[in-house]
Ligand binder design. Sequence first.
Ligand SMILES: [Zn+2]
Ligand SMILES: [Zn+2]
Length: 314
Amino acid sequence: MPVDLHAHTTASDGSLSPTQLVARAKEVGLSAIGVTDHDTIGGWDEALRAGAELGIHIAAGVELSTSYEGGRFHLLGYYIHPGSDLMQTLARIQAARADRNVEIFANLRELGLPLEEDEVRAIAGPDAQLGRPHFARAMIARGYVATTQEAFDRYLADGKPAYATKAVLTPQDAIRGIHEAGGVSVWAHPPLNRNFSLDELTDKVGEWRDWGLDGLETFYSRYTPEEAEWARAMCARFDLLESGGSDFHGASKPDIQVGVTHTGGPVPDAVLDAIKARRSPKLFSMPTKRAALPSCSQCRQSVPPCDAPGARRR
Ligand SMILES: [Zn+2]
Ligand SMILES: [Zn+2]
């Protein structure tokens, strides 16, 4: 049965509890669901219990916020060990996120769009970490904007006036941390970083692969056909694992459904099998660097194919 390897719960900015998410996965006929909350594994325990009860495999993961070269990038880490050092990193990111929320409240106040913490907290629920989708919903409730999209486009998106920076990791840190925790690293939805062209992102895929990146999302609810095509080509060219899912959040992104990607359907289970096979059998000792790809005899680039005349792979 197919799978969906990217979804959020109330442990971050999703609107379904882990139990509800797993039940939804069962309803729509999936055999596995990725629980990949932003910078926390707080949803794992409940999801694993529900999964055991309903016979749904939990691809236990985390979606790490990173920043690099003026861009912000999400790195998914699957099957990381909950006793690893990465958990301290997550705690640091949480602290940075709390500071950032204080900044967003201040920015909104300055823009004449005040929100009280209580009203945003009421939307998020008692246990969730506050995130931008919660701010957006509070702004809709106040009549500041009509939709979440408008809240992001005008105020909350990267570089907009209420935005505040958060990431404390680079993608390289994230990949290393995920590997040291025995996990598998997947670059989430690369083409959604729209301030970079696909050509620029291609260069980054090559660079990050040299850092040990294991895979990238080739299935995603919001990919255009061109983006999906690009992602598949990247996996073929750089020998990366395919991954993906819906990025289901529930109420804040009501157009996204569990088990529905750009194809209109879920992710084949072979994708999950390949990720599971990459998990480190020996925790904490996985080398960060993978074996180098064959390099071109002309341009010395480590990545085939190369157009240099007379080039041959070696
Ligand atoms: Zn993401
Ligand atoms: Zn996500």
